[in-house]
Write a protein that binds this ligand. Structure first.
Ligand code: ZN
Length: 322
């Protein structure tokens, strides 16, 4: 239907019909169109602003799901790093100490990958902090795992080397338990059996019948097999690594100086030679030239119970045979 336009004529006080040009009609039409479109777009944008588009909503859900996953990942990396720290501590404070190796320096363990631009491209992301942080933790774990695996390679190598050392360190009793007549007397301040004065007893006495076999307590080389004042017939074995053992008051000696012996090999017989008040073996352990308590050097012979008994025996302030 065609629109009809009127205009008020004040002279005649009537409405005169006007006939607008085509151009005027088009302009009018466009104007209405633009206003309508403007309102429409405005309302649409308002709707989007308030509710979002369906696809945007999905993206948001996915995004928050990803963020939650990143959070979980970050948390699990924290846990893995804690386990890693535990491993490192055990490595430094137990394995490496046992094997007399230096702990791995902290800066080596904590060293990060070089380059400050490493995470730059991640900085543009939404949640950049979370993503960069998680990536950094991953890199840290990666690096520490590498260092730790190298360290364990070294530990295994040291273990193999120390296998030889463990064969040499004195680790058994020089007289078998079944052969012991009385409890042995220990290391420390004791009453001298001959002079009746307080004196430091530098070894352990194993009381047994004359002729009872005496065993080398670790692999080594015989450095003395002869008479020494006070000690009577004595055998000394150098085990290397700073360890030396003495076996005194022997009745008989089966080895000579320079001979190699292995742990458990019979080297002589219990006797009563030298300054001694009865048949027994006086046994000493020296580490780097200093005499030490032998009680800590029976670890291959004893289970936990036997060890307790041995400690009690060593504490025994009873009869010393010297
Ligand atoms: Zn003694």
């Amino acid at each position: 239907m065609r629109k009809v336009y009127y205009i008020y004529n004040p002279k005649t006080r009537t409405y005169d019909r006007v006939y607008p040009t085509v151009r005027q009609r088009v302009m009018s039409l466009l104007r209405s169109l633009f206003v309508g479109m403007g309102f429409g777009i405005g309302a649409f944008l308002l709707f989007l602003w308030i509710f979002g588009t369906p696809s945007e909503k999905e993206l948001r859900i996915e995004n928050s799901r990803l963020q939650a996953q990143y959070d979980v990942l970050s948390h699990r990396l924290d846990e893995a790093l804690t386990v890693m720290k535990d491993l490192q501590q055990r490595d430094d404070n137990l394995y490496r100490v046992m094997l007399q190796a230096d702990p791995i320096a902290d800066p080596v363990r904590r060293a990060s990958y070089g380059g400050t631009n490493r995470y730059e491209e991640l900085m543009d992301l939404a949640n950049a902090d979370l993503v960069v942080n998680t990536t950094q933790k991953m890199d840290m774990l990666d690096r520490q795992l590498y260092i730790q695996s190298q360290s364990f390679d070294e530990v295994v190598k040291l273990c193999k080397e120390n296998d030889e050392k463990l064969k040499c360190i004195p680790a058994i009793q020089p007289v078998a338990n079944k052969d012991l007549k009385y409890t042995a007397s220990g290391y420390g301040l004791r009453i001298d059996p001959i002079y009746n004065t307080t004196k430091f007893h530098e070894g352990m006495d194993f009381s047994a019948n004359i002729g009872t076999p005496v065993y080398a307590t670790g692999n080594g080389v015989v450095t003395k097999a002869g008479w020494q004042s006070g000690y009577g017939k004595i055998i000394k074995i150098d085990h290397g690594y700073g360890y030396e053992t003495w076996y005194a008051h022997l009745n008989d000696m089966d080895v000579r100086v320079g001979q190699k012996v292995v742990r458990g090999q019979v080297i002589g017989e219990v006797g009563n030679t030298g300054k001694s008040t009865g048949p027994h073996l006086h046994y000493e352990v020296h580490v780097k030239g200093r005499v030490v308590n032998p009680v800590n050097y029976y670890f291959m012979d004893l289970n936990a119970d036997d060890y307790d008994k041995m400690i009690q025996m060593a504490e025994n302030h009873g009869k010393v045979y010297d």
